[in-house]
Write a new protein. Structure first.
Length: 101
C-alpha cells in the first residue's frame, strides 16, 4: 500500500483564544496495489483531536484524516500529527499551524 496526501500541512490562520474548534480534512488516496490500513495516529498536543479511517482503503480509493484544533492557548502553534499505516516507512507526518490571539 502507498498513501498520497493532497497536502501535508494546513495553516488555520489567526484564531480567537477560547473560540470555536477548527477542523481540517487531510484527503489522501491509496496509490499502492494493496489495501491501505491506517493503524493509528499520534500527536503530542491534547489540543488536537484526530479521526482516521477504521476500515482498509482499497487501492485507488480516497480517505480522510480529520484534524480538529482547540484554540485555548495564546501564541503561535506548529503541531505535528503522525499517521501510521502499512506503508514503506510506516508513517507520514502532517502539520497544522496558526496563531491564537
Amino acid at each position: 500500500a502507498e498513501i498520497t496526501f493532497e497536502q501535508l500541512s494546513h495553516n488555520f490562520g489567526t484564531l480567537e483564544q477560547g473560540g470555536k474548534k477548527v477542523t481540517h480534512l487531510f484527503e489522501f488516496t491509496n496509490t499502492g496495489t494493496a489495501p491501505l490500513i491506517v493503524t493509528h495516529t499520534k500527536t503530542s498536543c491534547r489540543c488536537i483531536n484526530i479521526t482516521h479511517p477504521k476500515r482498509p482503503v482499497k487501492m485507488g480509493d480516497k480517505g480522510v484524516v480529520e484534524v480538529t484544533y482547540d484554540p485555548k492557548d495564546v501564541g503561535i502553534f506548529n503541531k505535528s500529527i503522525e499517521v501510521y499505516a502499512n506503508i514503506a516507512g510506516r508513517r507520514i507526518t502532517l502539520l497544522v499551524t496558526g496563531e491564537v490571539k
